[in-house]
Write a protein that binds this ligand. Structure first.
Ligand SMILES: [Fe+2]
Ligand SMILES: [Fe+2]
Length: 190
């Protein structure tokens, strides 16, 4: 892979899957992802819907705070939401990269490079999860320690939460474009 195409495929810069990884979605397009989906595919979409909703919930809490809410309320609501988000997303990625992706590489070797891309996304998102954890902890400690920089810590955490949304949503969508048709068309018994 050239350096230029590597950059274009990076999660932060990507606008969608490159054409060579779109053949599965073309064979089973999104308008057919309706009732009657394979159970695992349906569950996958349900998990992703949960992460989208969770991200939107956190963005909403931050929006309320930025519009004049108080830091104590943000702390009370955002920290548990963030903890649960980090835990579930990390667990989800472990199952994908550890169990499903190796299986999918065997079932559909042609999409191997696409699975590589999704694995690299997980690495990039993992770094973001680490940053979210650290900023969440710093905000929590500032609030519980009655520090003078509570607002500053809150803004820094909020910036990281908001910045994490775009790449995460990109990953969820691109991953679905590979795994949902793959499960539906090839099954997972290969
Ligand atoms: Fe993923
Ligand atoms: Fe996923």
């Amino acid at each position: 892979m050239s350096e230029a195409s590597g950059v274009a495929l990076a999660l932060a810069a990507r606008a969608g899957l490159p054409p060579e990884f779109q053949y599965l979605r073309e064979a089973f397009p999104r308008d057919r992802w309706t009732s009657g989906l394979d159970e695992t595919a349906a569950f996958w979409l349900q998990m992703h819907a949960g992460f989208r909703a969770h991200q939107a919930h956190m963005d909403g809490l931050i929006g309320q705070w930025r519009a004049g809410g108080d830091a104590a309320a943000l702390h009370r609501q955002l920290i548990p939401a963030l903890q649960s988000f980090l835990q579930h997303l990390d667990g989800h990625h472990r199952v994908e990269s550890g169990q499903y992706f190796p299986m999918m590489r065997r079932i559909e070797p042609r999409i191997g490079a696409g699975i590589d891309l999704l694995d690299r996304d997980h690495d990039a998102i993992h770094e973001t999860l680490e940053a979210l954890f650290q900023h969440g902890l710093a905000f929590h400690q500032a609030v519980t320690g009655h520090a003078r920089d509570v607002d500053d810590r809150g803004h820094r955490l909020s910036d990281v939460v908001e910045a994490a949304a775009r790449p995460l949503l990109r990953h969820l969508e691109d991953e679905e474009d590979i795994v949902i048709p793959l499960i539906q068309l090839r099954g997972l018994q290969g």
